[in-house]
Design a protein around this ligand. Sequence first.
Ligand code: SF4
Length: 427
Amino acid sequence: MLYECIKAKSLLSKKEMLAEGWFHVNRSLNAYRGCEHGCVYCDGMSEYYHVDDFTTHIRVKKNAPEILRKELKKLGYSSQRELETETLWSFLPDGDAKQLAMRLPRRIVIGVCGGVSDGYQPAEKEYKITQQILETLLDFRLPATILTKSKLVLRDLDLLKELNRAAFVNAMFTITLHDDGARKIIEPRASSTPDRFAALKELRRAGIPGGVMATPIVPWIGSTYENMEGLARDAKAAGAEFILFGGMTLKPGRQKEHFLSVIGKRFPEYLDKIRAIYADDNRYGIPIWRRLPINTMLVGHQICKKVGIRDRSVRHLLPSESEANYRVLGILLDIVFYQRYMLGKPWNVSRPFYELSVKLERGVENLVLLRDAGHLKERLLISDEMEGIVQQVLETGSCDYLNQLLGDTPEESSVERAFIITDGENL
Ligand code: SF4
């Protein structure tokens, strides 16, 4: 393994993401270029990211914490020392304090690892870049999301607890294979499946929110009922707030060639079937849906229902948010997610829900106050139907539209049948 220390010119992703329904982050960063975990399906290998020898040559961004500090300041955030001046607010007249608060930027959630490298890969043991990044976020009181395949995250447990108290932390583990034998082939240098569940359990016991990203589910190898149900049951036992199942993309070029060569050697019985799924060389690696053995999200949804665990990642209430707005935003994000990824509805159906989610995340007045003043519709520029949805969530906390959407999904028994029908027969 080759480690090379480099100087990064920038760190945070340029564009702020809003209403991002998978990881609930606004900006992301990578402490390393390349990843030693060496997962055979890794997207980072593709030419798209311009990183040669992705799994064997790790570039360590030694100056990442320093760059992050500069970038956060540029975005208008203040370090803890500077924030101490906030305590002066209590002595300011009400109007002045409000004006000062208006000038502070909204707190964003930073995706610390899990972008195009794992921040807790083996190099982190020595270089501690992710640890320093978390310390920087603690100084800035900014929320963080972690997505990892490594139990090394437990080294920073105390730091994560402190950051969670000061701002917020969401710790997620990617876990895709219940059988550790298959995991050793597919994710060779990541922590074992039992170790990841054990680490998640410890984080949850320490009061840190978190769950499982069961994605990518590799067709045929990971998409069996036993694998998916086993993951859901272990996630629940570890105290996960959710388990989200998702499919696999395979970009033509290095990523696809490497993946297929490993499958050819270690799982030759699936090679032709998997090759057929990605036969059209879509530039984003999107599979030919009708050739997939199952609809991963739909089956995942039914398994989660059976096991009793949420199948959608949780968007948590951030310290600066209003509870009412947060509730409505959570439901809107669920609607968009289920419409788009599980039920395959066209974009124009989801668009109004997405657009309102973006507005809410950018920040609008407390929706309860707007409703009481009769200004919901004109302030949010929404239709009568959407106003009805918002009103219902504010009044009851639930949403008939979402329940109906989920009611449209097939029953569990038909999903189990789908496994039997498609198992090896649909190509
Ligand atoms: S942990 Fe993530 S970034 Fe690292 S090799 Fe695996 S898929 Fe790629």
